[in-house]
Every structure is written in structure tokens, then in C-alpha cells.
Design a protein around this ligand. Structure first.
Ligand code: HAM
Length: 433
């Protein structure tokens, strides 16, 4: 019986895994150079960690279940809430800002489609202890720089949910109602926004202002100016001042952005700046959002003090679909040690010496050795098939002369030399210290 994978999950074959590891290594290196330290949290949590802010409705989008002890658990749909929980429980005393990054799998019970999976990976950072424009700018600039380093062309949109929330609060809407509006705005469901606000009897001017606000879009600070001119945003608004300073700082970083006040984000915890990054090329189709983030306050909800924080998460799988390996990454630094045996024998001395050489080479480079008692030509075909760079032949003649034959698989040239010299030659070719 053939058993299929669970819906919305994927297998990663060696080539894909190699690519993912190369990407991951680059992203980690950059996050660490910017002063973020890695953390890891459990794959499943108490379900309330995710429902506390968003309500029970979120359960339909999650893998939630009861364990044998009757605990209500959920596979994590994202990592901001778990990281905040960990911070409140374990890291409260750490000096501020606490800057952490993570790479982990997440689970969402969504309809699978291109670039949308039920199990997917996020690479993200959380800067805990500040949501000042300086912190917001650093977080956005880091995401921007990571994409640049991966050679992925993307478009950054920056918004501010504080501006929208301020407006709706002033109209005396309740938090729950505001959250609902934000979710509808996030999905682009304009008609539903109007219908809902009419239903709860919000004044026509407020609805109109909201629609004009979420339509504000433009390069640089121009869009903000137009909001001033149209008097949609009160000049004394704190959110506005914060946003202006953030945009200025993004200019200092050389980050190119579009101001887009229509960004509402699907998660309920954002309080201020929000941003999304979309791929520029059209490869991903409808699911083209590769990064999302913003400022939020969650710690108080989990029993800590009110701590302003800012973070983002990349959809790692979407990045992997856009990332192209360079030729130098494709070439495999690999050696195949070839024991040359007499036909149909298992020549012990030859095998013993070949294994010794393989062990030595494995200290510096990936090394394979025949495991199927194959002939010389079959072993060389294998070495070529896996795109190894060298074959090291060990036969009776080599043993007698205390040498090996080093074969350059690209050219087919070969030379006999002592084992130490052979190792040095390979080291030099692979640039290994
Ligand atoms: P999010 O926008 O829900 O934000 O997810 C971040 C990224 O994960 C998305 O931009 C997208 O690329 C990717 N993603 C989401 N769902 C899927 C899926 N089903 N399949 C593949 N990729 C997916 C968050 O999760 C926030 N925790 C980000 C954050 C961190 N905000 C502050 N700190």
C-alpha cells in the first residue's frame, strides 16, 4: 500500500535541503551580525497562548487538539506569541532591548495552494523592549538587508495600524469590533468593512475617513503629506509623529519603501508600525507576501509587564522558491575514494588502506567510498554522476609504491603521489585551511 504525505506538507530532497541550509546559514549569519541571538521554543503550546489575544475563532485556522491528559494544545501557527511567553517566563531580567531570532516550523490549517502550506517555516526576529522608531527602523532594515543578501527582489510596504485604530477608537468602537475591521481590511474585503460598520451604526464620515486612510499609498513621505492635506489624520496624532520619524530613519538606512496605510496584518496583536514585503517578480502568484511584521504589545497579556516590542517573520519556504544558488554553491566539494580490487575479490589490504585514506580526507572534505563492491569503471561512473571533483584510486600497485592515484574528474587527468601530498593537493584545490 502506498502511503501519501499528509495534505499541505512536503518532503525535501537532498538538493532542496542543501539550498535551504545555504539560505538559512546566510540569514543566521546576518541576524547574528546585527546582534540577535538564536532561541528556540516548543513546537506545540497550550492553545490559549494563541486564543488569548485573538479569541476562540482562531482555532479553526490551527492544528489544535486535546492530549491524553486532557490538555488543550496547539501546534504553533507562528512564533511571536511563543517568544513573548518565553520572554515573560524566562528572560524578563535580560538587559534591554532583548534581541532574538528563530528558525522553526509553523502549522496553519489553511487551504493548501501554491506557496501556501499547512507546515511551513519561518525565520524571524523579535526586538523586545522597544517600539521606538529607531527599533522599528532597525527591524525593517534588517529584513531588507537579508533579502538583498539573498539576491531576492522585493517590494517593501510600511503602514501603521495605530493610525487606523486611533480613528476607530475616537468613534467609540470597541476593541473587538476594531479587530474585526482590521481583519477585513487585511483580507481586502472592502464591501464587508462598509457593511459591518453600517451594521454597528458607525457614522458615515468615519467610514469614509477609514476608506480614504486605507487607500493612502505612495512612495516616500508624499502619501503622508496627502493625509495631512486631506485632514484625515489629526496633526497632533502620536502615531503620525512616530511614523514620520520612522520614515526618516528608513531613509538613513537607504531602505526603499512604499507607504501603505492599507496594511492591517491578519494577526490581532499589532499596535503601531506594520510592514509587509512582497516578491517583485510574480513567481509566487497570489501568495506573494514573503515577510510580515510590526510593533506589538503582548507581554502583559501573558502575565508580564507591558513591554513594547517589534519583530518580523519571513516565510522561509517562499524565499526558497525565489532564491537561486550561484554556480560556486552548486559545485560539490566531494571526493570519492576508489579501492581497485582484483576481479571478484575483496582485497583486504586495498580496502583497509582505502578506508584509512577516506578517514583522513573526511577530516577536511566530504568523502565517499564504495559500499557495493563495484568495479573500477562503475565506481568512476558513480563519482562522475554525483559531480564529485576528485577520485582517489587505491590499488595493489599504489600500495606497493606507498602512493595513491589522484584523478581530476573534470579533465580525466591523473597523477600518482604520496598520501600526504594528495591530501594537501585536495586541500589547496578546495581552499581548506
Ligand atoms: P505572518 O504574516 O502571519 O506574520 O507570517 C509571516 C510570513 O510567513 C508571511 O509573510 C508568509 O510569507 C509566511 N506564511 C504565512 N502562512 C504561510 C503558509 N501557510 N505557507 C507558507 N508561508 C506562510 C507572523 O506570523 C508574525 N508572527 C510575524 C511577526 C513577528 N510579527 C512580529 N514579529
Amino acid at each position: 500500500m502506498r502511503i501519501e504525505r499528509a495534505r499541505g506538507t512536503r518532503d525535501f530532497l537532498p538538493g532542496e535541503m542543501r539550498k535551504r541550509r545555504i539560505m538559512e546559514a546566510r540569514m543566521r549569519e546576518i541576524a547574528e551580525r546585527w546582534g540577535y541571538e538564536e532561541i528556540s521554543t516548543p513546537t506545540f503550546e497550550l492553545a490559549e497562548l494563541f486564543t488569548l489575544k485573538s479569541g476562540e475563532a482562531i482555532l479553526k485556522d490551527m492544528y489544535a487538539f486535546e492530549d491524553k491528559g486532557g490538555r488543550h494544545l496547539a501546534l504553533r501557527p507562528e512564533l511571536t506569541a511563543p517568544v513573548t511567553r518565553m520572554y515573560v517566563n524566562e528572560l524578563k531580567m535580560a538587559s534591554k532591548p532583548t534581541k532574538v531570532y528563530y528558525f522553526g516550523n509553523c502549522f496553519r490549517y489553511e487551504e493548501p495552494q501554491k506557496a501556501r502550506y499547512r507546515e511551513f517555516w519561518q525565520f524571524g526576529v523579535e526586538l523586545i523592549g522597544s517600539d521606538r522608531p529607531e527599533a522599528q527602523a532597525e527591524v525593517i532594515a534588517l529584513a531588507y538587508y537579508i533579502l538583498e543578501s539573498l539576491g531576492i527582489e522585493a517590494e517593501l510596504h510600511v503602514g501603521h495600524v495605530g493610525l487606523i485604530r486611533e480613528k476607530l477608537r475616537a468613534a467609540k468602537m470597541e476593541e473587538e469590533q476594531i479587530n474585526k475591521v482590521m481583519r477585513l481590511v487585511d483580507k481586502g474585503e472592502r464591501e464587508e468593512v462598509i457593511a459591518f460598520m453600517n451594521e454597528i451604526r458607525v457614522k458615515r464620515e468615519v467610514i469614509d475617513d477609514l476608506l480614504r486612510l486605507i487607500d493612502l499609498k505612495g512612495k516616500g513621505k508624499d502619501a503622508l503629506k496627502s493625509a495631512h492635506d486631506q485632514t484625515i489624520i489629526a496633526p497632533e496624532s502620536d502615531a503620525l509623529k512616530e511614523l514620520e520619524m520612522l520614515l526618516e530613519m528608513l531613509n538613513y538606512y537607504g531602505v526603499v519603501y512604499t507607504l501603505n496605510l492599507g496594511i492591517a496584518r491578519g494577526l490581532d496583536y499589532y499596535t503601531g508600525m506594520v510592514f509587509e514585503i512582497y516578491e517583485a517578480g510574480g513567481t509566487l502568484g497570489a501568495q506573494n507576501q514573503i515577510c510580515g511584521g510590526g510593533s506589538y504589545r503582548l507581554a502583559a497579556l501573558f502575565g508580564g509587564d507591558e513591554v513594547p516590542s517589534t519583530g518580523f517573520a519571513f516565510g522561509f519556504d517562499r524565499l526558497a522558491e525565489l532564491f537561486r544558488l550561484e554556480t560556486r554553491d552548486l559545485k560539490r566539494k566531494e571526493v570519492v575514494v576508489v579501492p581497485v580490487r582484483e576481479r571478484d575479490t575483496n582485497d583486504r589490504e586495498v580496502v583497509k588502506e582505502a578506508l584509512k585514506i577516506a578517514s583522513k580526507l573526511r577530516e577536511i572534505v566530504t568523502t565517499q567510498i564504495d559500499l557495493m563492491n563495484r568495479s573500477l569503471s562503475a565506481q568512476l561512473s558513480y563519482a562522475n554522476a554525483i559531480h564529485a571533483s576528485f577520485a582517489v584510486l587505491v590499488g595493489k600497485n599504489e600500495l606497493k609504491e606507498e602512493k595513491v592515484t589522484l584523478r581530476y574528474l573534470d579533465t580525466g587527468e591523473q597523477e600518482k603521489l604520496g598520501v600526504e601530498d594528495c591530501v594537501e593537493r585536495i586541500k589547496a584545490c578546495f581552499n581548506v585551511k
